[in-house]
Ligand binder design. Structure first.
Ligand SMILES: O=C(O)c1ccccc1NCC(=O)[C@H](O)[C@H](O)COP(=O)(O)O
Length: 216
């Protein structure tokens, strides 16, 4: 049984980064998108990145960012993964993949089966697909769930992860129902927009790990 991958997204402080690492997160997400309540400057993202041990991967998240600032951000933050959460095309991803020695993930809003099938267009340009609810007020981080039934029996073109509206109380069901190899949560782990709650981070990781152990 493969390891359960857990991404805690939208971390903005050193104590919550440390809590995610201690709780068993495999990935920590740093959001660089000015409209987000979880936005970090590139300099602040680089500082938080330094706290993360090699055993945990750092995911830098951007939205429709131009190639030159993207290259500069990668240089400064040195993430393990770049997660693209906007309208980036397969060609855009392929360019980044050819230039940077990192994983490239594409977040895709899934509102129906067609959207899920269309995600396969990133087959040669992304390393992983992150299925999220369709964009709401923000491109992501809205606390909205997608229809998990769409994922059952789907032949995924790439390694994948499930995001959207996950929290301590539903992550175990999400893993049991969809078999998601990676689960990702942000707003469901907050006490208010942009403020992560350490107790919720711990409870989320515990529930995800227990669900995977039960399936083994
Ligand atoms: O978190 C944000 O503020 C954000 C803003 C713009 C684009 C993406 C964003 N978050 C991306 C993530 O990976 C979230 O974890 C994912 O969308 C799930 O969010 P939530 O439904 O709040 O758990």
């Amino acid at each position: 049984m493969p390891e359960q991958l857990i991404k805690i997204c939208g971390l903005t402080t050193s104590d919550t980064v440390d809590a995610a690492v201690d709780a068993g997160a495999t990935h920590v997400g740093l959001v660089h998108f000015e409209k987000s309540p979880r936005h970090l400057s590139i300099a602040d993202a680089a500082k938080l990145r330094m706290r993360v041990p090699d055993s945990v991967k750092v995911v830098l998240l951007t939205v429709n960012m131009e190639p030159q600032p993207t290259a500069e951000a990668l240089q400064e933050v040195q993430p393990d993964v770049l997660q693209l959460h906007g309208k980036e095309t397969p060609e855009w991803l392929a360019l980044i993949k050819s230039k940077a020695p990192i994983e490239v993930w594409k977040a895709v809003g899934i509102k129906d089966r067609t959207a899920l099938e269309n995600a396969a267009r990133f087959k040669d340009s992304a390393h992983r697909l992150l299925y999220d609810a369709a964009a709401g007020a923000l491109p992501g981080g809205n606390g909205l769930a997608l229809d998990w039934r769409l994922l059952v029996g789907h032949r995924h073109a790439l390694p994948w992860g499930l995001a959207g509206g996950l929290g301590p109380s539903n992550v175990a069901n999400a893993i049991r129902y969809t078999g998601a190899p990676l689960v990702d949560a942000s707003s469901g782990l907050e006490s208010e927009p942009g403020k992560k709650d350490i107790g919720k981070i711990r409870a989320f990781c515990e529930a995800a790990l227990a669900a995977r152990a039960e399936a083994a």
